[in-house]
Design a protein around this ligand. Structure first.
Ligand code: ADP
Length: 259
């Protein structure tokens, strides 16, 4: 992947701006700074390598050179999107899942921010925000997708198993094509963010649905229950052992299947 091949593959999409880096600390950091300087809606930062890629709570996200997709998309919070901003992570998750499905795979969304194939992590999402005073100005959707086999981090560095698209498919892929697929899908889902079908599609792709899960939100004491689905704001709905409905809100929540 290089700037020329990238621009060619993405030529059907209308960007506010596009910045490509052979190597960068973090595409989200670049996008946050660009957004703060007034980047136009649908501006994109792409890098071949991230040396300081971040997950939530500054956990590390690995993007070795030449093997993965790392990009950050800047979206302005339009009037139409504003009531549904809590669905933004779902927008990214649905778009990644849809483009993976098109390659023939069967992805699942590990709420709130990971994509799994066959129970292994293939992609992660990190949504961050830029404010002007107390008004939300822009959203930055950071995405890492393991495309080539060399993008899979060593097992000992991970708390959750990982895989790559090529490993799961058994054939080669072009990163630019996957990126086009994700963004093309995102453009369409963005228009439908306020619709019930958006929540339905997001819910239909959830991993562990109908299964017992545990969620950890900052403490060692898990909230446990059967994963039922989503609330309208994208929060997770569980059914606890007393048959009470429990809502798990966004935040730093880690979800795991119950042993
Ligand atoms: P989680 O959702 O598992 O709580 P995050 O969403 O914050 O965690 O993502 C960061 C975590 O993802 C890291 O701590 C690491 O275990 C894992 N990770 C980092 N890079 C990759 C990668 N390229 N593929 C799969 N998993 C990764």
């Amino acid at each position: 992947m290089n700037e020329t091949s990238l621009k060619k593959s993405l030529s059907k999409l209308k960007f506010g701006g596009l910045r490509y880096f052979d190597s960068i600390g973090s595409t989200n950091d670049e996008a946050l700074a660009w957004a703060a300087e007034g980047a136009a809606d649908f501006s994109l930062v792409v890098a071949d390598e991230q040396t300081q890629g971040r997950g939530r709570l500054n956990r590390k996200w690995f993007t070795p050179k030449g093997s993965a997709l790392a990009f950050s998309l800047i979206l302005h919070s339009s009037e139409a999107m504003r009531p549904y901003l809590s669905r933004t992570v779902g927008l990214a998750a649905l778009s990644i899942a849809e483009s993976c499905s098109k390659t023939g795979l069967d992805p699942r969304i590990k709420w709130p921010n990971d994509i799994l194939i066959d129970g292994k992590k293939i992609a992660g999402i990190l949504v961050e925000t830029v404010w002007s005073g107390d008004e939300l100005d822009s959203l930055v959707i950071g995405v890492g997708i393991n495309v080539h086999r060399a993008s899979i981090p060593p097992r000992e560095l991970l708390q959750f198993p990982a895989t790559s698209l090529e490993h799961e498919l058994g054939r080669e892929l072009k990163r630019e094509d996957i990126l086009f697929g994700v963004l093309d899908s995102l453009v369409r889902w963005r228009e439908r963010m306020g619709r019930d079908e958006f929540i339905k599609a997001w819910e239909d792709q959830l991993a562990f649905r109908g299964q017992q899960v545990q969620t950890f939100a900052g403490t060692d004491i898990p909230v446990m229950g059967e994963l039922l689905g989503l609330e309208l704001d994208g929060s997770l709905r569980l059914l606890d052992k007393h048959r009470n409905s429990v809502v798990v809100r966004f935040g730093d929540v880690s979800l795991r299947p119950s042993a």
